[in-house]
Design a protein around this ligand. Sequence first.
Ligand SMILES: [Zn+2]
Length: 282
Amino acid sequence: MPELPEVETVRRGIESRVVGRKILDVEVGRERSVRRVGKEAVVHGLTGTTMVAARRRGKYILCDLDSGDAVMIHLRMSGRVLVEPTGTQRPAHTHVVLQLAPRDGLHEEMWFVDPRTFGEVVVYDPRLEAEVLPELAKLGPDPISDRFDGGVLAERLAGRRGAIKPLLLNQHVVAGVGNIYADEVLHRVGLRWSRTVDTLSRKKIDKLAFAIREILAEAIESGGSTLQDTQYVDVEGNVGSFQENHRVYGREGLGCLTCGKTSIRRVMVAGRSTAYCPRCQR
Ligand SMILES: [Zn+2]
């Protein structure tokens, strides 16, 4: 599932390839992708408009339109946004197509492709955001875009109980961290997934906040992580390369690159695969 670095990479791609180009025509194939507002609202809301900005909150891509409306794109499990020359054979599961005004003589389309159809495209009036997208107001701080440090994280963790890993995955605590980056962050700060939040000193929370920012920034720099399923690609169809820097995720049974003394273990935590080094993480 794409996490903050992958979503940010897609956002940057939309910014450079789609923002500023008029949307000439809109096709919606699978209505499930536009279930929240319906096909008519998406087709009418986008046709003839131009995206003027592409923003992001956690894993949500929010694009402003010159009409005053906005479009939210969420990739969820398997969504992809691709920009391809018009006439290119569309892959299976291409559910939404935006025909873009030609740029430099190039006719192109933006595709929303989503085999598992958990993803969404929503066109909405930003003044009604609280009603249409109520989950946005509940999101925790975005560790890249918002002012985010140990103080902010400590505040978000205050009054919460239990193991640290599920809390990092909770989008109300921090927006955008998912399974891969939670494991990598906990390894970098030497915390086991099961450490309870009440045992963390403020100094440790500062380190945790720093590592979240640091790892997400490094991953954005690498264009995100593409796993063996090669599900995630950027808008040009390129895979990311941060998986080459993973120290625990996807490395179970292999030697720990940090201590060199033991192998990475894998356990299931709250239904999610969790990788950690029993020696480095306590
Ligand atoms: Zn280790």
